[in-house]
Design a protein around this ligand. Structure first.
Ligand code: 1CP
Length: 341
């Protein structure tokens, strides 16, 4: 019997609404902070399959979420493409050499940097009951490219947007290379036991419509089509953060199996404008979870009501913040589980 989350992603509407939280394994959990301090760096934690398995399972043990998301990072793809990757304390990730001034062809690929991740997936799978769905993930080509080009996170992705206008052939080659490796990477995760996958497109909101079509929709459509050729029933959640009014076109044209939506989208609008019957995942504002109180319960109910007529996976509109009190997560879980549609 597949879990409630997997059934919902496959298009079934049940009485109960499954839930998990983006970034549910991470710094808001004391048990994560403890293990992280013990292991040293973030990459050391990711590449220690036993520790990464434990981190993936921590939120399941504590809260009993319906989905467990692999503990890894979207930047493992650039690392396997041959960039150096460092996570600097308090500053975030750094990739070098950055592709704004180095040709893609100067990188020497290290594909075996993906293999330990599959080991984590199979260990997690062995540690989960059938009621919990194991989610794999990757970043979308556009979002991953913004880090590869600039060498770090940036507020408006200007270096990458400028490069895409200045030299679309060179930029297209980077996108194509990410597409190809992402298909291999997601396939490896599925072969190791992932039951559904999510494509995180954290920076899709910075693109103008024609560029959104070219650098977000087309590469994601290529990934979905390649994955569905190999695994016809695999649910693929697309999460184009900030896509706003471009969401319906993204969902139709990429042919993802479920729509991840962020908190800036009105759930009532989404329920009316996304393709009929398409499962939706989202979209409580993570800041409401930080604040708690009655406003939290009220907003949870509004999201649940809006999506009552279609398959719905309850989630936040983006990752859970590191200062979120555990008591608020417990309040959220009671509100979702206690809701009588
Ligand atoms: O210090 C620490 O402990 C590292 C913090 C951290 C964590 C917990 C990073 C560094 N990555 C992760 C794990 C992670 N990243 C997961 C695993 C699942 C989970 O925690 O529940 C996932 C799904 C991601 C995805 C990810 N990484 C995204 C897409 C989603 C999003 O939040 O927008 C992005 C953009 C990244 C890059 C990245 N990795 C880490 C940081 C701090 C960042 C963001 C850098 C920036 O703001 O530009």
């Amino acid at each position: 019997m597949p879990g409630l989350l997997l059934e919902t992603l496959r298009g079934k509407r049940a009485d109960k609404v499954p839930m998990w939280l983006m970034r549910q394994a991470g710094r808001y959990l004391p048990e994560y902070r403890e293990l992280r301090a013990e292991k040293g760096g973030f990459l050391d934690l990711v590449y220690d399959a036993e520790a990464a398995t434990e981190v993936t399972l921590q939120p399941i043990k504590r809260f009993g979420f319906d989905g467990a998301i692999l503990f890894s990072d979207i930047l493992i793809i650039p690392y396997a493409m041959g960039q150096n990757l460092e996570f600097l304390a308090g500053e975030g990730p750094r990739l070098s050499p950055k592709l704004v001034d180095h040709a893609l062809s100067s990188l020497e690929a290290v594909p075996q940097r993906l293999d330990p991740i599959y080991e984590t997936v199979s260990r997690v799978k062995a540690g989960l009951g059938p009621e919990t769905t194991l989610l794999g993930f990757a970043g979308s080509p556009w979002t991953v490219a913004t880090y590869m080009v600039a060498g770090e996170g940036s507020r408006d992705q200007h270096e990458t947007r400028a490069m895409a206008y200045r030299d679309p052939a060179a930029f297209g080659a980077i996108i194509d290379a990410i597409v190809d490796l992402t298909v291999e990477y997601l396939s490896g995760q599925v072969d190791a036991g992932a039951e559904a996958v999510q494509i995180f497109d954290s920076w899709s909101g910075s693109l103008a419509p024609a560029e959104f079509e070219r650098w977000v929709i087309a590469p994601n459509a290529a990934i979905v089509s390649a994955m569905h050729a190999r695994y016809p029933d695999l649910p693929i959640i697309g999460f184009p953060k900030g896509a706003g009014e471009k969401l319906p076109a993204y969902m139709r044209e990429t042919k993802v199996s479920a729509a991840g939506i962020d908190e800036t989208v009105d759930p009532v609008w989404a329920a009316q404008n996304l393709p009929e019957g398409l499962p939706v995942q989202g979209n409580l504002d993570p800041l409401l979870l930080l604040s708690g109180g009655e406003a939290l319960d009220h907003a949870v109910h509004r999201v649940l009501e809006a999506f009552r007529d279609r398959p719905h996976v309850f989630n936040l509109g983006h990752g859970i913040g590191q200062h979120t009190p555990i008591a608020h997560v417990e309040q959220l879980i009671s509100a979702v589980r206690g809701w009588k549609g």
